[in-house]
Design a protein around this ligand. Structure first.
Ligand code: MBD
Ligand code: FE
Length: 323
């Protein structure tokens, strides 16, 4: 049975009614977007002769994705996060905003309100004895090479099992999450542990969709950054550690050549002592270049729902109300 009814006046009128075109209330942009989205899906149902069984199994997957905030995990897997980056890159290029460290996706695992340290600090809580010590350091500069003192460098990454604090309740609060303010030379330096790659939970609805595409749900070892400073364009980025089997095979499509960073294993005791470390460690150096901008909206990260972010804003408001 193949029927083709999409182009009929009945279906076209029906879509207009579904999208609320004959109603005064609602939001005009939402109506236009829903009308387009539903039209594309109705056409797809006709073109692929989607059966009721197929339609309702898709609805169950959507229900499962919604229950566990899983869609924020599937979205990078389906390339949406990277596609939005490509669009922001193109908008920057069109506006002549060139230079600076490239952006790449934020991912779904940021948590607002991490402890703030000046210049140097420690990110891990010391409870992972098998982990390799990491010394993560770099300099924030503008595109003319001038150091940016007082820049805010927010860093978050997984533990040696690929889990993130807050989402992995076995970890302590804000483990492997810090906000570092760069020193007078624009430098930041933190002690942490080398992260492992992340894998989508094997029994998750996200992995179920990836399985249908014949795809894995693995990310290479990586470290997330938000970097900001007054007068500079906000940067959302990550580094991928070189040598991971998934460095160039990331299910979330976040890898960019300029953001692949090798770790250097250092065994010299004097080098360790200089950094206040007890033994051998792996040094990861990531220098960051920020583009200059006077536009306030480009100096901040874009809005999206983030864990504990509204609480952070509320407590900041409460604090400012007290003074
Ligand atoms: C991650 O750690 C991540 O950064 C992304 C984009 C998706 C899943 C897990
Ligand atoms: Fe991540």
């Amino acid at each position: 049975m193949t029927v083709k009814i999409f182009e009929t006046p009945e279906v076209q009128d029906f879509l207009k009614a579904v999208a609320g075109f004959d109603q005064d209330g609602g939001n005009e942009r939402a109506k236009q977007i829903l009308h387009r989205l539903l039209s594309d899906l109705y056409r797809l149902i006709d073109d692929y002769d989607i059966t009721p069984e197929e339609f309702w199994s898709a609805v169950s997957v959507l229900n499962a994705l919604g229950q566990g905030t899983q869609f924020a995990l599937l979205a990078p897997g389906l390339g949406f996060d990277h596609y939005l980056d490509m669009r922001m890159d193109a908008a920057d290029a069109e506006a002549g905003r060139t230079g600076g460290t490239p952006r790449t996706i934020e991912g779904p695992l940021y948590v607002a309100g991490a402890p703030e340290v000046q210049g140097r600090g420690r990110m891990d809580d010391g409870t992972d004895p098998d982990a390799e010590t990491m010394w993560l350091t770099g300099q924030v500069r503008d595109t003319d090479g001038h150091p940016v003192a007082g820049a805010k460098v927010e860093v978050w990454h997984a533990d040696s099992k690929g889990g993130y604090s807050f989402f992995d309740p076995s970890q302590s609060e804000y483990n492997l999450r810090r906000t570092i303010i760069t020193d007078a030379e624009g430098r930041y330096a933190v002690r942490s542990i080398i992260p492992s790659g992340y894998g989508c939970p094997p029994d998750s609805p996200t992995q179920q969709v990836l399985d249908l595409l014949g795809r894995h749900g693995q990310r290479p070892a990586h470290i997330h950054y938000f970097v900001s400073a007054p007068g500079h364009q906000h940067l959302t980025t990550q580094i991928n550690l070189a040598g991971d089997p998934y460095t160039y095979d990331d299910f979330a499509f976040a890898t960019r050549e300029e953001l692949v960073v090798p770790g250097q294993r250092i065994e010299d005791a004097a080098e360790a002592e200089q950094r206040g470390l007890e033994g051998p460690f792996t040094e990861v150096v990531f220098d960051i270049e920020l583009a200059r901008t006077e536009a306030p909206e480009l100096q901040q990260r874009h809005k999206r729902p983030r864990a504990l972010e509204s609480e952070e804003q509320e407590s900041a408001l409460a604090a400012s109300a007290q003074v």
